[in-house]
Structures are given as structure tokens and as C-alpha cells.
Design a protein around this ligand. Structure first.
Ligand code: SF4
Length: 440
């Protein structure tokens, strides 16, 4: 794939991540009529507030939030999805200009017949020719306009997996145990409780316990339940569950949930010795856990700082902010020594900085430790404490290009990551930006 196409995918993926898509009820019904199971997608749980997953022609995935119309921040709205899942979007500006053209045409058609006839009779041959030439111009313009809604890289909808409608031997729906993020990553939160929710100290963007309250999931997932879910997912599509993302709320224990991970991973490894597994954790007290969890079978680890600026971090993540940035740096360094280069990551949310250059400086400092960042725009999720938060697409692209450059400077390579959010790329176009830079 050429640089031009990679650049278009990077740009469009960034638009979808930063702005999401507007969707109207009529369009949802029309999509359902062609036999596609379509809803607004994941509304809580692990990772940034989800929606639906779309795929670009080069395999890159995007976890796109969907917002009911009218939604002023989205440039694009969903227009249709074909029975073979090709997605058609339209730029709202294009639609508005089309509507205004249609309204003009409709006004013209209201001209009285008499007026029209009288007008026509007055038309000289030359006038007629000039009208014909105008019509031909309009038809050309209209053809060009009709291309505008497709003026984005082609994307397809990732269909809702069939196993979501099945239940396991305990009669628990599989979709309450784990979900497909994109078409390769099976993801779950192994314990859906977090100590910070109890004292209202949770991260403002987090939807962890919301999905529990809405009965979208179960509180704790066992290794056996996950083994069964991997099995049913793979039997439906061999692409499914190629790698796993396991996350957890912060437990009120010193190990921060490492023992729970160890039990789950040990069970998965008995049936699936090779499936790459990613886990996510907050820095714990006893750093020997990194080696123990690696030995149990975890391949990659995310230790999520979330927000670079300390003041914003204390406000947005009041519970987690008691752990200093320096502690994160120590844990990243140690985890890289255990898991290896390119296997340690951190979520970094955009949308909270006041000064982009300062953000880049802070990012550079973090990346100098060799950690890979899942750079993603913060998104508002209904029911959370986070007010609507928006990252301008131009800023996001600048940050991504800078990050890709920093990765090279510090010898990090996101394409070498074995499992989880960096490999998935649904929430962050880091790999897209890195590949593009490769060609520069
Ligand atoms: S990057 Fe992928 S696996 Fe991670 S939260 Fe986003 S969609 Fe899920």
C-alpha cells in the first residue's frame, strides 16, 4: 500500500476516533432491514467508550463511537451498510449543500406551468443551447457530488459475532464473558470491580462498573469460562481470539489483581499454550509479580498512566493519581526488562492538555523509557463523570506523527508487539503512523 493511501487511512481513522459517527434511527432501521444485526455497540467496559468496529482495506481496525443524531461534533454520518458490510458515510457538509441544492430545485419546479411555457416560448435557439450546456455542467457537478460521500478510504463493518447469542453450560451468554474487539482480539475484564469506584475516586472516563450495573457482563470471569469462550469464538471464525486482552479494575489488595490474572492465565495456558495474552495493571507493591506473571504465560503488559499532565491526572484520575509518574517509569523499566522490548505499553489520553508543545515534551519523556503508548482521544461516555471532551483532529495527527518519530528515536517498534491494544490498534493509530513514517 502506498504512502498516499496510508496517510488517508491515518487521517480518516483519526477523524473517526476523535469525532465518532453520527447515526440516525432511520439509518439503523434501514441497516437492520437488509439483515444486519446493528446496534450502537459497546457502551462501557474495557478500553475507551466503544461503539462499533470498522476495518480498512489494509486490515487496520477502528473502534468508532456512534452518537445518535443530531451530534454536532461529528463530521461524518453513517449513510448505509450493504448486505456485505461495506459502509457508506457522508460528510454532513456535503449533505447540507446537497439539501440546499435540492431545495433550490424544488422551488424552481414550483414555477407555474404558464410561466414556464411562456418562458420556454421565449427561448431562442441560443438560449436553449446555453441551457443545455448548463444542464450538462450540472449533471457533471451532480456526478461529482455523488462521489463526495464516498470520498474516504473504504471501510467495512465488523459483523456482530454469532457466538454473542449463545450461552455456556452455566447458561451465561458468552457475550457477558468476553467480547470481540475488532475481528482478532478477544477482550474481557476479569474482575469488573474497582476499589476507586467505592470512594467515588474512579477515573472520570471509566465505564468499568457501568457495564456491570447494566447487566452487560458478569462480575468475575474464570479461566474455564474464558477457555470455553475462546473455543466457541474460534469455532465460528479462525480469526477470532487470535490474541487476548485481559484487564481488571484495581483490586483492594497489595498485588492489585496479579493473583487473579495468574489463576486465569494458568488455566488458559493448559488448553491454549500459544495464544498471545495481554494484561493491564496498575503498579503494585511487589515488583517480583512481573516475572511470575510472565512465567505463568502473559506475553505483554499495559501499565496505564492515562494522563501525562500531573494536575489534569489528579483531577481526572483522583484515585490512581496517588501513584507518581516516577513510580510508573520505574515499573515500565522493570516490566521491559522482564517482558522484553515492545511488549510494555501505556494508555495516554488526549484532550486534557492546555499546551500541545508541553504535552509533546511530557510524551517524549515518557517514551524515552521505551514504553509503547496507546494514544487515544478521551471520549465522553453516558453515566460517567467526564464532561464532553474533544481532541481536534489536527492536534491528534500531530501527536501521532510525533509519537511515531519518538518511537524510532528510542528504538521502539509497535509492529513487534505480540498481544493486546498495541497489536489491535482499534483505539489508536500508532501502528498506522509508524508504518507511514517508515515510507517517508
Ligand atoms: S485497542 Fe483494541 S483491544 Fe484495546 S481496548 Fe481498544 S479495541 Fe479493545
Amino acid at each position: 500500500m502506498g504512502d498516499q493511501q496510508l496517510a488517508e487511512i491515518l487521517r480518516f481513522k483519526s477523524i473517526l476516533l476523535c469525532e465518532g459517527l453520527e447515526v440516525s434511527e432511520d439509518v439503523i432501521q434501514a441497516i437492520q432491514k437488509v439483515g444486519i444485526q446493528f446496534d450502537m455497540g459497546r457502551q462501557g467496559g474495557a478500553g475507551p467508550a466503544g461503539g462499533r468496529y470498522f476495518k480498512f482495506s489494509n486490515g487496520s481496525m477502528v473502534n468508532t463511537p456512534l452518537y445518535r443524531a443530531p451530534y454536532e461534533y461529528a463530521t461524518y454520518r453513517l449513510k448505509s451498510i450493504s448486505p456485505t458490510y461495506e459502509v457508506q458515510l457522508e460528510s454532513k457538509e456535503d449533505k447540507e449543500s446537497k439539501e440546499s441544492k435540492e431545495s433550490k430545485e424544488s422551488k424552481e419546479s414550483k414555477e407555474s406551468k404558464e410561466d414556464k411555457e411562456s418562458k420556454e416560448s421565449k427561448e431562442s435557439k441560443e438560449d436553449k443551447e446555453s441551457k443545455e450546456s448548463k444542464e450538462s455542467k450540472e449533471s457533471k457537478e451532480s456526478k461529482e457530488n455523488s462521489k463526495i460521500p464516498n470520498n474516504h478510504p473504504p471501510i467495512t463493518l465488523i459483523p456482530t459475532p454469532g457466538f454473542y447469542s449463545q450461552t455456556n453450560e452455566e447458561e451465561i451468554p458468552y457475550k457477558k464473558i468476553a467480547l470481540m474487539h475488532g475481528d482478532e482480539t478477544l477482550a474481557t475484564t476479569i474482575n469488573q470491580r474497582c476499589r476507586y469506584w467505592e470512594g467515588n475516586q474512579q477515573c472520570q472516563f471509566c465505564g468499568l462498573e457501568l457495564s456491570l450495573r447494566s447487566d452487560a457482563t458478569i462480575e468475575v470471569k474464570s479461566g474455564k469460562q474464558l477457555v470455553d469462550t475462546i473455543g466457541i469464538a474460534r469455532s465460528e471464525d479462525s480469526q477470532y481470539a487470535k490474541h487476548l486482552t485481559l484487564t481488571i479494575g484495581t483490586t483492594p489488595t497489595q498485588d492489585k489483581g496479579m493473583q487473579e490474572y495468574l489463576d486465569v492465565i494458568s488455566t488458559i495456558r493448559q488448553t491454549y499454550p500459544k495464544v498471545p495474552i495481554h494484561i493491564q495493571i496498575e503498579p503494585m507493591k511487589d515488583m517480583t509479580w512481573y516475572q511470575r506473571i510472565k512465567d505463568a504465560g502473559a506475553n505483554t503488559i499495559g501499565i496505564h498512566l492515562e494522563i501525562l499532565d500531573n494536575d489534569a491526572r489528579s483531577k481526572i484520575c483522583p484515585g490512581k493519581a496517588h501513584i507518581s509518574k516516577e513510580t510508573y517509569y520505574q515499573h515500565w523499566d522493570h516490566a521491559i526488562a522482564v517482558f522484553g522490548k515492545n511488549q510494555v505499553s501505556t494508555f495516554i489520553l488526549t484532550g486534557f492538555y492546555k499546551d500541545l508543545n508541553q504535552f509533546k515534551e511530557q510524551l517524549r519523556e515518557a517514551l524515552s523509557h521505551g514504553v509503547l503508548p496507546v494514544i487515544t482521544p478521551a471520549r465522553h461516555l453516558n453515566g460517567t463523570h467526564l464532561p464532553p471532551t474533544y481532541t481536534p483532529v489536527a492536534d491528534f495527527l500531530e501527536i501521532l506523527k510525533f509519537t511515531a518519530k519518538m518511537c524510532r528515536e528510542f528504538g521502539s517498534d509497535p509492529t513487534a508487539n505480540k498481544a493486546g491494544c498495541i497489536r489491535c490498534g482499534g483505539c489508536s493509530p500508532l501502528i498506522d503512523a509508524y508504518r507511514l513514517q517508515d515510507g517517508e
